[in-house]
Design a binder for this molecule. Structure first.
Ligand SMILES: Nc1ncnc2c1ncn2[C@@H]1O[C@H](COP(=O)(O)OP(=O)(O)OP(=O)(O)O)[C@@H](O)[C@H]1O
Ligand SMILES: [Mg+2]
Length: 392
């Protein structure tokens, strides 16, 4: 939910509601209108509304009028009614006008949050998030696929406030969850594939490791050879469902190319091949990119990342671009200490090494993907979220 319209005369109540939403999700727009709003004025601000919150403490006839105005014009938009007393007349009016939730006044944060959660849960089944699929892979082991995909997922969720899913498609020895969490997976991709015929948003959600409210990880199987149970058709179903329910779906493809990973590449909006500045990467990276072009993938779908970038490397960025006949879109600096510290702790550097050069590059990358607002120096957003300074 992005656009919330609060209808109340009470400015203090409006401020409390704003605060509750700000704590849930910073990227929300809240409109504030007085109860005696005209239909024209309401339409001006409410045509894109995802939720109405109506304060009925004024008088019941006014509430009834506003309720009928909203429910006639926006029959599918949910309404939360706030009331100081749940009179029978008011509750009947509420039912008649399709009010989803009634919450008592004075407002308790917990009660409003519970009502919003219930509405969001119902909406999850009908709203298509139109999520982006981002596939990360390499031609060699140890290039940084897991580190970059896991921390990009974490950053999209925590900095850009996007509902994000990371899928570990390393069919053997997957470890993506461990890079940003200390939880052990109870269910994995293999379990989800086994239940594919009854897979829905709830089952997918309950199979994830919840790293934060906005970041979930579908872990790889911890058993060797179970990968034989996973086939491309199942990956199709999982990705189609995931796209509807998450704003970003990131896939750690590791270094393997097989029928399952090819399906994830086909479905990707952007593919991120991860290379380093050495001759073997140059050679194999070229093969990989030529292969993508031969598949008919448009060039814009491929954004090459150089990881462990060093200015004094013998293979320069120019050499790479020339040999690959492809632009290097992103560069992540070499910082062994920060990466190892983060992996050992299972905590993102965006959390523990915010001011490192690597975190700054990760933030730039996340900003590029999500277009989250660029905070001015010492700006409110940065102070609120304690972002490190922005790179010039
Ligand atoms: N930007 C970086 N700076 C310094 N070291 C890095 C960087 N990125 C990754 N590394 C090092 O490379 C190692 C491997 O990283 P990671 O596990 O993300 O690679 P991978 O491509 O997923 O490997 P695998 O093929 O084994 O799955 C890390 O443990 C770390 O030591
Ligand atoms: Mg890996």
């Amino acid at each position: 939910m992005k656009n919330i319209i609060v209808l109340t005369k009470n400015e203090l109540l409006n401020k409390t509601i704003q605060k509750i939403f700000a704590e849930r999700n910073s990227a929300i727009n809240i409109g504030f209108v007085s109860l005696s709003v005209t239909p024209e004025k309401l339409h001006e601000i409410a045509s894109e509304a995802d939720l109405f919150i109506l304060d009925s403490s004024d008088d019941e006839s006014n509430t009834e009028l506003t309720l009928s105005l909203i429910s006639e014009k926006y029959p599918t938009t949910p309404i939360i009614l706030l009331t100081p007393n749940q009179s029978q007349i008011l509750l009947l009016q509420a039912i008649r006008h399709g009010v989803r939730e009634v919450v008592n006044l004075p407002l308790k944060e917990k009660e409003l949050n519970a009502a919003i959660n219930k509405i969001e849960k119902k909406l999850k089944f009908v709203q298509d998030k139109g999520g982006k699929i981002l596939s990360f892979l390499s031609c060699k082991g140890g290039s940084g696929v897991t580190f970059l995909s896991a921390n990009t997922a974490y950053g999209l969720a925590e900095l850009a406030k996007k509902n994000t899913l990371l899928i570990d498609l390393n069919l053997q020895f997957g470890d993506a969850a461990l890079y940003i969490s200390d939880q052990k997976p109870v269910t994995t991709l293999t379990d989800v594939c086994r239940e594919i015929n009854r897979l829905d948003a709830d089952l997918l959600e309950s199979s994830l490791i919840r790293v934060t409210q906005n970041c979930g990880v579908l872990a790889a199987s911890t058993h060797i050879n179970l990968d034989q149970e996973i086939n491309p058709e199942q990956i199709d179903i999982i990705l189609d469902l995931a796209k509807k329910h998450y704003e970003f779906v990131l896939i750690d493809l590791g270094r393997q190319l097989n029928s399952v990973s090819l399906r994830a590449l086909d479905k990707a909006d952007i593919i991120f091949p991860i290379l380093q500045q050495t001759l073997p990467y140059l050679r194999d990276g070229k093969q990989l990119i030529d292969m993508f072009i031969s598949f008919g993938y448009p060039k814009e779908k491929i954004e090459v990342i150089i990881n462990r970038q060093k200015n004094d490397a013998t293979v320069t960025i120019k050499d790479l671009e020339k040999t690959l006949s492809h632009e290097i879109t992103h560069k992540m600096p070499n910082n062994f200490e920060v990466v190892n510290n983060s992996i050992n702790l299972g905590v993102s550097p965006l959390e523990v090494s915010k001011n490192s050069n690597l975190s700054k590059s990760l933030i730039e990358f996340i900003r590029h993907l999500s277009e989250f607002p660029v905070a001015p120096n010492n700006g409110l957003i940065r102070r609120l979220f304690n972002f490190p300074p922005i790179l010039e």
